[in-house]
Design a binder for this molecule. Structure first.
Ligand SMILES: C[S@@+](CC[C@H](N)C(=O)[O-])C[C@H]1O[C@@H](n2cnc3c(N)ncnc32)[C@H](O)[C@@H]1O
Length: 454
């Protein structure tokens, strides 16, 4: 066994696989004119299908990129980036493709689908082809390829049992053994069943979802290895009037959000800085709910915390600004009131929900979701707006602003935390921010909780 890179191993192992180029071409022809993004483009095998479109090949493995050998006349731009976070403008692309096993490798799927939904313009198409995990995809004894490559490479792959690890997340493990009998790679892949993937696509505003069997073109185990193909069209999402009003406000202040925070004497970040100091120098997995323009990443930078930070916010403009901070591993524009994005395949050491829970309609469900995605030792940093004597009723649309806000008494919050099995480490009352409308500070309850009892 010579020193082959991971990419080269895959290259030799999969060079037998043939995509159904006609199916991709057919769908591509139905999509509006414009560019294509190929997520996890590998060594660019589908590139020649789209000979009339500008193509972005998104691939984060340098070795794979080195193997790209596309005809020079094609209009190709290689993006050496992770598919969870790509530097392509929103609503600008006509077709997104995830071919062969790509989508299975892009866990958590929500961030991959989220990026496709973001970059596609209305009417743009999504194409994917996946192993169908429901139909005993892998031969019992495992897949076995033998190849005589220039480096005389031989390897076998065993597929370990397939399991569901979350609502949208499934995994298959592969053990790669070289000729000397050494196991040297375990590849985890996730192939959700077609109907599950279709559900996820609907969550992100896709429609006209078509599922069909796909040609595997495999030279091994043709009968057992089934593929499915999904095509879908991006539609615009339905948003309720009050959610739309709030989203518009945040979209409009996204580019000046840092100064809004300063002017509003917002205290959330100072509190966060004090609380997360013990994480200094560490690499936690972090989920930032309602991440806004990514302002909390300033605190992480300052404290030299370099974890894998994922951010979610329903304002696309905020997400764009957060992207510019270059600190988030994945960012999605997603409405937390619609549904909590299922990211069960990931667990987080830290969840932040700062300045956002006052906009969440089902707070009990949200707290339970937060608890479920925390690691055993995981901690969450949450802020709640407190009820005051002159508060408008909680959950009512505020007439002057046309959006809904939720506030609670301290007792209500303590009760809710206890019902969702979140253990209070510390609770602090204090000013949240200065409201120019009310001309006074809005009181917050700052809550530091853990999943387990300390
Ligand atoms: C006050 S800002 C807080 C931003 C940041 N977490 C901070 O501490 O500065 C509230 C954020 O929540 C987002 N947000 C409000 N409702 C949301 C919802 N239903 N789903 C997702 N994000 C929402 C807004 O777009 C906005 O960026």
């Amino acid at each position: 066994m010579k020193n082959l890179s991971f990419a080269q191993v895959l290259y030799y192992l999969t060079s037998d696989l043939k995509f159904d180029f006609d199916a991709i071409k057919n769908f591509s022809d139905q999509c509006p004119p414009g560019s294509v993004v190929d997520f996890g483009a590998g060594y660019g095998r589908t590139a020649s299908v789209h000979n009339n479109r500008k193509q972005f090949l998104v691939e984060n493995c340098k070795d794979m990129i080195n193997l790209i050998n596309a005809p020079t006349e094609l209009d190709i731009e290689i993006k050496e980036e992770h598919a969870h976070n790509i530097s392509i403008p929103s609503n600008s692309v006509s077709l997104c493709t995830f071919c062969w096993a790509t989508l299975g490798e892009l866990r958590p799927l929500v961030f991959a689908i989220g990026e496709a939904a973001r970059v596609l313009k209305k009417g743009g198409g999504l194409y994917t082809v996946m192993l169908n995990s429901e139909t005993n995809t892998m031969p019992e004894k495992g897949l076995r390829w033998k190849h005589s490559s220039p480096t005389s490479f031989t390897a076998s792959i065993t597929t370990l049992p397939y399991s569901e690890i979350g609502q949208y997340e499934y995994q298959t493990q592969m053990k790669v053994r070289n000729t000397e009998g050494d196991d040297f790679y375990i590849i985890k892949q996730a192939f959700p069943p077609a109907n599950v993937l279709a559900e996820l696509l609907k969550e992100f505003g896709f429609n006209q979802i078509k599922i069909s069997d796909a040609q595997s073109g495999l030279s091994f185990d043709k009968d057992k290895t089934k593929l499915y193909q999904i095509t879908a069209i991006k539609e615009s999402e339905e948003v309720s009037a009050d959610q739309k009003a709030l989203k518009n406000i945040y979209n409009s202040i996204a580019s000046r959000y840092d100064s809004v925070v300063l002017d509003g004497k917002y205290q959330g970040l100072e509190w966060l800085k004090r609380k997360i100091k013990p994480f200094e120098g560490s690499y936690p997995m972090v989920l930032d709910l309602g991440c806004g323009n990514g302002i909390s990443s300033n605190v992480f930078k300052e404290l030299n915390i370099h974890g894998s930070i994922y951010g979610i916010d329903f304002s696309e403009e905020m997400i764009l600004k957060a992207r510019e901070k270059n600190y988030y591993k994945g960012l999605i524009a997603y409405d937390l009131n619609k549904r909590f994005p299922i990211i069960e395949s990931l667990e987080f050491d830290m969840v932040l929900a700062l300045g956002v829970l006052e906009f969440v309609s089902d707070i009990d469900k949200m707290l339970k979701n937060i608890r479920n995605i925390l690691t055993l030792a995981g901690e969450a940093f949450l802020t709640f707006e407190l009820t005051t004597e002159d508060s408008l009723p909680s959950g009512q649309v505020i007439p002057t602003h046309e959006y809904t806000k939720y506030h609670y008494t301290k007792e209500e919050i303590v009760n809710k935390l206890s019902h969702s099995n979140l253990h209070i480490i510390e609770i602090e009352e204090g000013p949240g921010y200065f409201s120019p409308t009310l001309k006074k500070d809005v009181p917050y309850l700052y809550v530091h909780v853990s999943r387990r009892t300390l």
